[in-house]
Ligand binder design. Sequence first.
Ligand code: GLY
Length: 371
Amino acid sequence: MNGLDVVPVALGARSYEVRIGRGLIGRAGAEIAPLLRRKRVAIVTDETVAAHHLAALEAALAAEGIACTSLALPPGEATKGWPQFARCVEWLLEQKVERRDVVVAFGGGVIGDLVGFAASVLRRGVRFVQIPTTLLAQVDSSVGGKTGINTAQGKNLVGAFHQPSLVLADIDALDTLAPRDFLAGYGEVVKYGLLGDADFFDWLEVNGPALAADPARRQRAVRRSVEMKAEIVARDETEEGDRALLNLGHTFCHALEKATGYSDRLLHGEGVAIGCALAFELSQRLGLCSQEAPSRVRAHLRAMGMKVDLADIPGDLPDAAGLLALMGQDKKVVDGRLRFILARGIGAAFVADDVPGEAVTAVLTEALHRR
Ligand code: GLY
């Protein structure tokens, strides 16, 4: 197929490919068929994605003689919990999905995480294919095998590492995304440049504003993001070390998401972008990078029309001590010390396990004063 990018995720017996290109949903039957032991799949999606794309996926499967059955869950983060998880698992059992069958997760991060987790426990583990339809899912959540759901105690606290057998990222599916959702996904794209590829960040500074309207540039941005994620996941599948780099901006982000009640006051990718800007400010305050680095991060996010600072979050926020306390509840706290991903410059992030609380408080206090 013309213009198809294939990024391998090298994990021994659990290796798979991420295929990235235009029109992939319309070719999904041919892409998935080689994985099947019988010509039948179960698709789990959400109602929004179903309205836009399910008929195209069903037609693509039918064209290869693959029968399918589908379940559309309600859209939104609230779906990613026990009730819809139980519904999904029971539905898959009712559909008589067998150990050697393939389940298709068709949607954004919520669907990918929930359905991946369902596949990991169904009959002690069945294979699944990710067809991510949001930018955030294409560049992050569909790759690397983290699956799970939220509980009353917090986000993603129940789950499993369960790698997909194939990921199909159809660049054209992003055409139907709301601009705000596209930009939120872009927060994760910028993250890759900031954490490990200064040339990619340079490229994004020039090309980022044109991504939404230009599928070729969009594909290049998705491919580079996925290449970086695949390389990190292959080195450290279960986050014993380097995989934590993917959490650049996330310690700040998780505190802000908690403070805003996981509402549409702040989408996850928006929190990541603000968190990346704050992580660079913290790095500069600790003398690790020059003032130019956080200034460039902020300038680029502004040029994209994104949220950049605490001032861009509507409504009240806790004070610096309150935000710091919310960070302390983050699951990545190791032995009571705060873990941050800091940077020695753009493209040069590293894991720091013993960041002084006073420096974090100072960065947050300044940011709150800008509100
Ligand atoms: N989203 C971070 C990771 O996959 O490790």
